[in-house]
Design a protein around this ligand. Sequence first.
Ligand SMILES: [Zn+2]
Length: 357
Amino acid sequence: MLIVDAHLDLSMNALEWNRDLRIPVSVIRDRENGLTDKLDRGKGMVSLPGLRKGNIGLVVATQIARYVAPGNSLPGWHSPEQAWAQTQGQLAWYKAMEEIGEMTMIRNREELERHVDLWMKADVSSLHKPIGYILSLEGADSLVELSYVERAYGYGLRAIGPAHYGPGRYAPGTGATGPFSRQGLELLKEMQRMSMILDITHLTDEAFWQAIDLYQGPIWASHHNCRALVSHQRQLTDEQIKALIDRDAVIGGVLDAWMLSEDWVRGSSDPLAAGVSLGRLVDHYDHICQLAGNSRHIAIGSDLDGMFGKEQSPYDMETIADLSGLEGILRQRGYEPGDIANVLHGNWLRYLTAVLS
Ligand SMILES: [Zn+2]
């Protein structure tokens, strides 16, 4: 069954981790043997062949670059212009993948329909199918000023998450508190003018409710789980989930182990010992389905290459290809075929068909 994953940081891995994503995950891991500069060296989960192996034919792929003011200890660039340049390098990598037929950008409904057709048709399974990607910006710091929104829309950007971690030029993110900045409120207006998707993942609670009140364009939560099951501000409260359901939003379930397990201790817990399996995500799905009364708002936003690897992923996954195992787990948990299709691709496709003009 076709799988859609609404959150991967592919180009960040290509450029900042120096991973050649054209090759199998196992080969990328081998090549990182002995490297210690990143916590997940030799443990990567994602590559383009891995996506194909799992029948993951469509992803939301990010550009991501943070601005850090003096005194901010998070990794990031010292000016918005440098952050912008970083995102343009990331765009260049996606374009290079397009040139060799590895990926294809999805900007509108026609491209979406054509691409889904290609992946759904069984008789072309032997072809080297390109991975479709919808371009999203995780953290808006790199937009030097508001005119950059239209410029970015012009090259294919369709979604923006204003915040990431810590302080942000437009909105504070995970680990911080407070509302959108004045500039951030202007960003929302400009995004609305362009009918861009607002990704509420990583917003503070205050900014989340501002976004719900002020933003009239499409909203989604690209990679987000439930606070009722794992209590952290990075997760959605039931009230937030209900507000998203009211907006007909879709929530991408994330597979970073700490967001799946209440007792996870970062840097020391082990997925197997902590019992973090792929099925843990279904607990979060169940919770959202109970609040919604249906399965129309749950989907996948794995984040499996988001600065972590196998050390912080469900123990029953070797690579991202194992997302395909979700189908059997959902069946065991009593999901009907239509509900399973909703989770694996139907909800994202319905949503994207409605919002991409
Ligand atoms: Zn994220």
